[in-house]
Design a protein around this ligand. Structure first.
Ligand SMILES: [Zn+2]
Length: 290
């Protein structure tokens, strides 16, 4: 029988339609980032690099539900946060000669050549060397920016070739692709406007990994969710996708900054935003559903 008094307390709904609302709750000494959005279930996620707790919460649930969930999972959270703490942090790079930087899945030695004139970055193919030619006394920030521009340029050359190759095979058309410096995703796909976003870090990974992410995002144009049909399509078009997916979840090599803590894509979200439906465990993250 319906008992009005036992009806769960609803959180106030926003007056206007809102995609999401974020705020922080302190629960038993833990800072929990709450993200309210249009989802069915409450779930917790520990985010890299330090295992910060994020709760994705449907509008219908109150903060009390978040507190209960966090309290009930306190041990799980502590355990995994300790694991995050044990992970090696990303190596600090100064963009100086002798440093090893990942490019196309392997380490390349950086050689910085200082000359009078404008900064530019060149890569030495085949001999495992990235040669950066910069103006005398160029700052670290400028060198970093130049290296990043170069990664971006290299990636921008590869993406259209892959998209054009795969469009007729998959029978889809990509309206637009963009590169973005993403911290937690390798790629995302906005299926409504048929736009795919690819993480700049992909340039550090093997060509096969890059192709996997491009195909993965393009397959979302056929199937939005990471459901059985989606992975079935991946099996059909790119049978070795599991290998690349696994490779992306592993660091390239000890001490190599290769975006190893990034996770799989989120379908339908744009601009690197997290998806708001059918949450799934992401690589590099620990997720828990209720
Ligand atoms: Zn996906």
């Amino acid at each position: 029988m319906w008992n009005r008094s036992s009806k769960p307390k609803r959180s106030p709904r926003p007056k206007r339609k809102q995609r999401e609302k974020r705020y922080t709750l302190e629960i038993d000494g833990l800072s929990v980032e709450v993200v309210r959005k249009d989802i069915k279930n409450l779930y917790l996620r520990l985010q890299p690099p330090d295992g910060a707790v994020r709760a994705s919460v449907p509008w219908r649930l109150g903060d009390e539900a978040v507190r209960q969930m966090v309290n009930a999972r306190a041990e799980w959270i502590r355990e995994h946060q300790e694991r995050f703490a044990q992970r090696p942090s990303r190596p600090v790079t100064e963009c100086r000669s002798g440093e090893i930087h990942a490019f196309e899945g392997r380490g390349h030695r950086l050689e910085v050549v200082e000359i009078a004139g404008r900064s530019r970055v060149q890569v030495g193919y085949g001999d495992g060397v990235i040669t950066m030619t910069v103006g005398l006394g160029t700052s670290r920030a400028t060198r970093e920016a130049a290296l990043e521009r170069w990664y971006r340029r290299e990636l921008a050359q590869r993406i259209p070739r892959l998209v054009v190759h795969w469009e007729p095979i998959l029978g889809v058309s990509v309206a637009e692709w963009r590169i973005r410096k993403m911290k937690t995703r390798w790629g995302t796909c906005n299926t409504q406007v048929r736009r795919i976003w690819l993480g700049l870090e992909l340039m550090k990974r093997t060509p096969a990994c890059l192709e996997y992410v491009v195909v993965h995002e393009m397959v979302h144009l056929l199937e939005r969710s990471h459901n059985a049909r989606f992975w079935g399509l991946m099996d059909t078009f790119l049978p070795d996708w599991r290998e690349q997916k696994a490779a992306l979840s592993r660091p390239l090599a000890e001490g190599l900054d290769s975006g190893a803590q990034m996770s799989t894509c989120s379908e339908e979200a744009d601009e690197g935003e997290e998806t708001s439906r059918e949450p799934e465990p992401q690589r590099g993250q620990r997720s828990l559903w209720v």
